[in-house]
Design a protein around this ligand. Sequence first.
Ligand code: ADE
Ligand code: ZN
Length: 334
Amino acid sequence: MNAFIQGLPKVELHLHIEGSLEPELLFELAQRNNIDIPYQSPQALRKAYEFEDLQSFLDIYYQGANALITEQDFYDLTWAYLEKSKADNVIHTEIFFDPQTHTERGIHFDTVINGIYRAMEDGREKLGITSQIIACFLRHLSEQSAIETLQSILKHQDKIIGVGLDSSEQGHPPEKFKRVFQQAREAGLLTVAHAGEEGPAQNIVDAVEMLGVSRVDHGVRCVEDPQLLDALIASKMPLTVCPLSNIKLCVFDEMVQHNIADLLRKGVAVTINSDDPAYFGGYMTDNFLAVNQAHPMSKRELAQFTINAINGSFISDELKANYRAQVEMYVAKH
Ligand code: ADE
Ligand code: ZN
């Protein structure tokens, strides 16, 4: 089954590009940009990646992002992620970035988006991976800061398909961003939001009702509200679940306790994603393998994760049909 998983075409819908910054590249960029890192080596840094909750991770993750300064840095970061994705047979990916993490420390929005976008264009041409960009608002910052960030996003709307919401869920419910999400939707952007990762099931309800999201990022706490669970199944709302992330951030103690297999079998449109692979111990294939090891699945079930991701992606119906056919052909052959 491991070989089947490795070769299975995959679609990633939940990946923070800043979370794909591997310690080796972080050290290289820090040296290039004359930035001090309080660790002796990439290995020592990696050893420090032990988290007890979302916030303990975010503190280290934002520190790591300080090494990203120039457009070339953002290009190199994105290109490295796309090469890893190619090795995992990812055919399409929708990449999050956190503009405010960079603009707050004086890096221009254009520097960030242009570096990421140039790598994505090269990924399409040289690796055959299609991609989209989603700009996320940091929920620990103010509504006003999100509204200002939206103005920059709109200047690059030719490159950005939608907006998302990430960072600390506790204490920053969807309601805080209702108005900026409405403005984004009125401007033609699609919307997604992290909800029900650490926060309660009500945040999922509110993300759907107040933010008009097309997908829920994480959403694993939906099981705490049976009515919500039924509604998610009926509406085929995609959940972008991140199994290794959920273990590293102690959302579940062990993979055997993770509810992703159960959700799939109940008919929820769950997908498998890597979230912040450089920090959580693996990319797409690693996440599939970890799920299948704890919850043995049929080939059809494993392929369903990709089918769900294709259906929930922000690509044309034509490309969706093409990608579904690619997956069906792979399953038929194996
Ligand atoms: N930013 C990067 N990864 C995140 C996660 N898993 N939850 C919330 N914000 C994030
Ligand atoms: Zn995330």
